[in-house]
Design a protein around this ligand. Structure first.
Ligand SMILES: *Cc1c(COP(=O)(O)O)cnc(C)c1O
Length: 499
């Protein structure tokens, strides 16, 4: 299989090259030139298999320059009992007749990014060997919280890699900070920036684009790479759990063969829901994909009107991992919808870059509406959804999942569609416990407790177990205490690499 750039389809690379490069040189994103088809018989076969076998099968369809042994090795190193708190890796939970949750947060950092960031390091190190480069890969991450920790866990002690994470000193939650500064591993380095997330991100971008700096690193045997969500190596592992969830419902006789289901996906950068769309293209029986946003509702407006416009206030919400105004992976979706017209994508992305907006034509809009349905939830609606679902069904959702639940309720009200539906649950309620506690018990009662203390409050009140990766946090040694100015990031990289 070949991978082509969304902005110039004459550029073609192998999957290993796509994973090593991350982004195409023309600024486009790599996508497969065609999508493999999975027959319904194959899906029934998958139903009898373990998560790892399902993953190896789906990955093998895309990573055609990997051997099956290599794929199995990557899969088994990522999805196992040491890393995930449940043997089924991505279990489904039945909320009520015809409504299910797909829980993607049983990994080491308690959020869905683990599903891809556990396996990406292994795919990346294999890809680097294939592209005949003999360098230590240095992963640079600027994070507002979740991605940094998930990347640290994924790359921790992976041979041939180093990982350096920068976060804004006052821009992450208490738990997120603890998660990062206590990170284990001999190849990890963490520093905070005296600045905000944009400063951290701009600093990382500057390092990536500084030719002299990169040449110097290269001479010393290092090569920079990124683990961000536009890398194909993060997308393909996400296709797996859509097939897996469907297979689980088949196994439990919740659906009949070939019965279509809806998926509701809490969306930020459009990576997770794009994987669902790819699963549909491959033959998974999917009816509607429901795109749920928070108050940063650029995507809702786009899907309803056909105009993408990021010129609006950026809002800090209770679902921070979806606080995004430019959903990068939408580019891949549009590329497919308009029949791989890379010239048109290039124009739209230039308009987005120059003026912050672009508009698609009505036919394209209609095509998108056949596939997607979109709406958003305010913070108040999100918190109400948490409380209501806990009271009615004794099921505790985090804020991101609650956005999806609220939007699903709106969808049913508007469409009366009673197709069986799987709501994608992207984080453990313990991870965003401050908002969850406030949703359940109001803002006052526990306002003097730290996020850490709130873990046990939540566990006790809801009769749940705190994930061990969170409960052990205050016993771990703080390993990193580096607060630097944003001008010092290049030096910090040298220091981390001991050069
Ligand atoms: C990243 C993230 C999302 C959004 O996923 P995208 O792939 O960026 O759309 C939703 N929920 C949680 C908890 C996340 O960490």
């Amino acid at each position: 299989m070949e991978y082509i750039s969304t902005r110039d389809k004459s550029i073609s690379v192998t999957s290993a090259e796509a994973i090593v490069c991350g982004l195409s040189a023309d600024g486009g994103l790599f996508v497969p030139n065609e999508f493999p088809k999975v027959s319904f018989e194959k899906i029934e076969e998958m139903a009898k298999k373990s998560y790892n076998q399902r993953a190896a099968y789906i990955l093998s369809l895309f990573l055609t320059d990997f051997t099956i042994d290599e794929i199995n090795e990557c899969v088994d190193k990522s999805y196992n009992k040491q890393k995930f708190e449940t043997e089924s890796i991505a279990p489904t939970y039945k909320l009520s007749n015809g409504v299910y949750f797909l829980e993607l947060w049983h990994g080491p950092t308690c959020a869905f990014k683990d599903m891809a960031l556990q396996i990406l390091p292994h795919l990346l190190t294999k890809s680097i060997k294939k592209t005949a480069q003999n360098k230590t890969v240095v992963i640079l991450v600027a994070t507002s919280g979740d991605t940094g920790k998930a990347a640290l866990e994924g790359f921790c002690d992976v041979e041939g890699t180093k990982i350096i994470v920068f976060y804004p000193e006052n821009g992450v939650s208490e738990i997120q900070k603890l998660q990062m500064v206590t990170q284990k591993g001999d190849n990890v380095f963490v520093a905070s920036i005296n600045g905000n997330f944009d400063d951290a991100q701009n600093g990382v971008k500057k390092i990536f684009t500084d030719d002299d700096y990169n040449k110097n690193l290269n001479d010393k045997g290092f090569m920079l790479s990124s683990a961000n969500s536009i890398n194909w190596g993060r997308l393909v592992p996400q296709i797996v759990y859509y097939f897996s969830a469907y297979a689980d419902l088949l196994n439990n006789n919740e659906i009949s063969p070939s019965e279509k289901v809806n998926f509701v996906v809490p969306t930020g950068n459009f990576g997770n829901i794009l994987a669902a769309y790819y699963a549909k293209l491959m033959g998974l029986p999917i009816n509607k994909l429901i795109c749920a946003s928070n108050e940063n509702n650029v995507l809702t407006d786009f899907i309803k009107t056909g105009s993408y416009n990021k010129n609006r206030d950026f809002k800090l919400t209770a679902s921070p991992s979806m606080d995004i105004l430019i959903s990068s992976n939408l580019e891949r979706f549009l590329f497919d919808i308009i029949g791989n017209d890379s010239m048109r994508i290039k124009e739209w992305m230039k308009e987005l870059n120059d003026s912050g907006k672009y508009k698609i034509h009505d036919l394209t809009k209609q095509k998108i509406k056949d596939i997607l349905w979109a709406d958003f939830a305010t913070d108040i609606e999100t918190k109400n959804a948490i409380k209501e679902t806990e009271e009615k069904s004794s099921y505790l959702m985090d804020t991101h999942t609650a956005v999806a639940k609220n939007v699903y309720d709106k969808y049913v009200l508007e469409t009366n569609d009673n197709t069986k539906t799987i709501i994608v649950s992207t984080a453990s309620p313990f991870k965003f416990n401050k908002s969850v506690v406030s949703a359940l018990f109001g803002d006052d009662e526990y306002k003097n407790l730290s996020e850490f203390e709130l873990l046990s409050v939540l566990a006790e009140k809801c009769n749940m177990k705190v994930p061990s990766s969170l409960s052990e946090l205050n016993e771990l040694e703080v390993r990193f205490n580096n607060l630097i100015e944003k001008e010092q990031m290049q030096d910090a990289v040298y220091k981390a690499l001991k050069i």
